[in-house]
Design a protein around this ligand. Sequence first.
Ligand code: UDP
Ligand code: GLC
Length: 419
Amino acid sequence: MTPSDPTQAAVIGDIVAQGIAHVETPHAEAAFENEPPTVLFIDQSGELGGAEFALLPLARHWASRGKVLLLSDGPFRERLESAGVSVDVSANARISGVRRDALRFAWLGAFPAIAGQVVSIARKARRYDLVFVNSQKALVLGAFGKLLHGRPVVWYLHDILSRDHFGRVQLAIVRWLALHAVDHVIANSRASADALVSLTLRPDYPVRVVHNGIDAAAFAVPDAQDRAALRRRLGLPEDAWLAGLFGRLAPWKGQHVALAALARLPGAHLVLAGAALFGEHEYERELHRQAQALGVADRVHFAGFCDDVPAWMSAMDVIVHTSTEAEPFGRVIVEGMMAERAVIATAAGGVKEIVTHGENGWLVEPGNIDELVAAMAALRDDPMLAQRLAARGRADAQRNFSLDAYLRQMSRAIGDVAV
Ligand code: UDP
Ligand code: GLC
């Protein structure tokens, strides 16, 4: 592939070079001189999940040197294309039907379709210097074909690989691939990295941790200072105290916990922003039933999937994160901090790498309704405290989770492997 835009190629070259300049390996000099590699990014989902939002800026950054191969079609394709990224869709309904938290042995049933996909992906991969697989399905389909394509494989891990979410067979396959078919693993948090290292049973298994970076500029919402006008624009009550929970509707994201807490906070309102992205429609219906049963339906705003998260977050008084299981990273937490809102989050997984309790946010025990009620009440009753956490949160988020640093670290990882 030839870079279509020389300026962008130069930027990428520079980023790879900057990244590599920080890594003391015997190959660093050689990589510095080389042209950046061409990359085939593979992603399993056409939906807009966190792993896809993590890939988007990286793929945009590498647009002149790579392509994204999507294993399902959907709005993610449109986002990539409007960001100038070249996209190929290679969907197979048999494989798309395998959900990470549903059919535990579905991988076996879908085996013939998987084998076909592996071969077809390997053919495409041969045209690139390197294959970058985003999450598990992409790993399986991209890395199994390594014997055929012979390209180095970089795997970006977004999950905590444990029995909470994955079947034994899936974990065994992922373990085998991690040990035999992957050249480099990047994890979205220390928590995700540690779970993988435990899975491999090799304490020295190398994993590079690169936290997601969030574009601070996107959080400069023009009408954020005029909260009433902003709320009117979004169709939200102007005077209510609003807590916002941003995330796809899924039992482990804990929207039901937030509803239970709301019932014990008279007058407070809750905005649930997000959709049942991966088929959790029954859970969505349950949430509506739960809101009715608790008598809080008039204080809950189901916003659906929001395209403009910075504006919605800026309209809130606090942001709550309620995952009942360890969150691998939690982009929404960093986004809440970037929007300068106090964030209450559950203390498990990658969240503890983002939030320091009482300093830049507030931590509660996962699934503990009492603690969530107490935290929401504390921040509602003490706006100065909320403001202090929000201000520090914004500074920390901008310092620790910048988009530039993310792109630099990811590009450095890609450059290292391509050497
Ligand atoms: N998001 C969005 N609109 C919504 C709800 C969420 O664009 O209505 C985005 C959110 O801004 C975040 C991503 O979806 O960037 C969710 O990522 P996160 O890491 O928090 O969770 P995941 O869904 O990946 O587990
Ligand atoms: C995954 C995780 C989420 C993380 C995102 C981006 O979807 O569930 O915690 O923030 O990937 O890395």
